[in-house]
Design a protein around this ligand. Structure first.
Ligand code: SIN
Length: 276
């Protein structure tokens, strides 16, 4: 029997996994992790010691690695995106509600974020549960979004004259790689079979067949709904902490409240499947 304990974040998003060493996982441990991941959308680990190679090995137990085409990577490890903020930088990475890779035709399954350098305080990450957000919608809104699709784009984030096209973050800007994709507004989650809301403020720009202006009232109503604190958790990083979130079931938000200090995280994104 696995010795793993899954401690749910009551009322919010995700669960903490105790009693596991990610460098020494039995098949039973992996089965327990897969269940916890599908049920909770994000799983958190403490006191882990993963080298870069072990981070990659853990990610490969879940699937192929989806190399992000915008993020700089760690020297010698193209699979590991560098999520950093230097002492002198003001802009952080991921400092708004979003989910990774929703602009891809086949969005990434999940992201495994490992803490490497942390500020003395602050730099938490917020998570929001899109199963709970969907389940709490009123009947009228559920009917309005049934069968709708939405367009997800990254041009306003990673293109020229876009969010990261500033002297601090110029390395993120890659006009040649920008693009968009269309996905259902409500997906049937490929792991859990549950329905989840699949729009996010970072990348969803409009509904298919509508202009951005026509889409705004309903889209912003969905965003405001999913931003309600009852769907959220706040993860306080410590040395050895890891968060592994499912991009199809959660949003996340990196809090930018530690100016003057460094924060460095290593992120690997695991490939997903087409959504329906
Ligand atoms: C991200 O948005 O992928 C980064 C989250 C974080 O650094 O906390």
């Amino acid at each position: 029997m696995p010795s793993i304990e899954i401690r749910k974040h009551v009322g919010g998003c995700g669960a903490e996994v105790l009693g596991v060493d990610l460098n020494d996982l039995s098949d039973a441990d992996m089965a327990a992790l897969r269940r916890a991941y599908a049920d909770n959308g994000v799983i958190f680990f403490r006191d882990q010691a993963l080298t870069e190679d072990q981070h990659i090995a853990f990610a490969r137990r879940w699937g192929e690695i989806d190399v992000n085409r915008f993020f700089p990577h760690i020297d010698g490890y193209p699979e590991i995106a560098k999520v950093s903020k230097e002492r002198e930088q003001k802009t952080n990475i991921g400092g708004g509600w979003h989910t990774d890779h929703s602009y891809d035709q086949v969005p990434a399954m999940g992201s495994i974020l490992v803490a490497r350098v942390l500020p003395s305080k602050g730099g938490d990450t917020l998570f929001a549960d899109m199963y709970k957000a969907y389940e709490a919608l009123d009947e009228e809104t559920r009917a309005a979004i049934a069968g709708l699709k939405a367009v997800h784009s990254n041009a306003h984030v990673f293109g020229s004259n876009a969010y990261y096209d500033n002297p601090e973050r110029a390395e993120f800007s890659n006009d040649a790689a920008v693009g968009q994709a269309v996905h259902p507004v409500v997906i049937t989650h490929p792991l859990s079979g549950r329905k989840a809301l699949y729009v996010n403020p970072g990348f969803t720009i409009r509904f298919e067949g509508q202009s951005a202006e026509e889409s705004r009232p309903l889209l912003h109503k969905l965003f405001a709904h999913a931003m309600k604190p009852e769907f959220h958790s706040r993860f306080q990083w410590r040395p050895g902490s890891i968060a592994f979130w499912d991009n199809r079931a959660t949003w996340h938000f990196a809090v930018n409240d530690y100016h003057g200090e460094e924060r460095l995280m290593h992120r690997i994104t695991v490939a997903g499947v087409a959504l329906n």
